[in-house]
Ligand binder design. Structure first.
Ligand SMILES: [Zn+2]
Length: 84
């Protein structure tokens, strides 16, 4: 649960949307809907698991100081030695 509940700018605090409780829904996070019937505002509070995955993807997309190629080549050479 988030520390601060999301609020509609016009109608105040939002209501937690009942979820089916599937693994996918738990992974994505929870939705909050505005309590006003005519208001269609809703907010997704991403789950820690989803945020971690997104952070990982962002880190992977970023150019690294040490390209993965160097790692794989040293990995290969470590196993390429002859056995005595
Ligand atoms: Zn609203």
């Amino acid at each position: 649960m988030p520390d601060r509940l999301p609020a509609c700018t016009h109608h105040g605090p939002m209501r937690l949307r009942p979820s089916g409780g599937t693994r996918e829904q738990q992974y994505c996070g929870v939705w909050y809907d505005c309590r006003a019937n005519h208001c269609r505002r809703s907010v997704l509070i991403a789950s820690p698991a989803l945020l971690a995955d997104l952070a990982q993807q962002a880190a992977a997309a970023r150019p690294a100081h040490h390209p993965p190629r160097e790692q794989s080549s040293s990995f290969t050479s470590a196993f390429g030695g002859t056995r005595s």
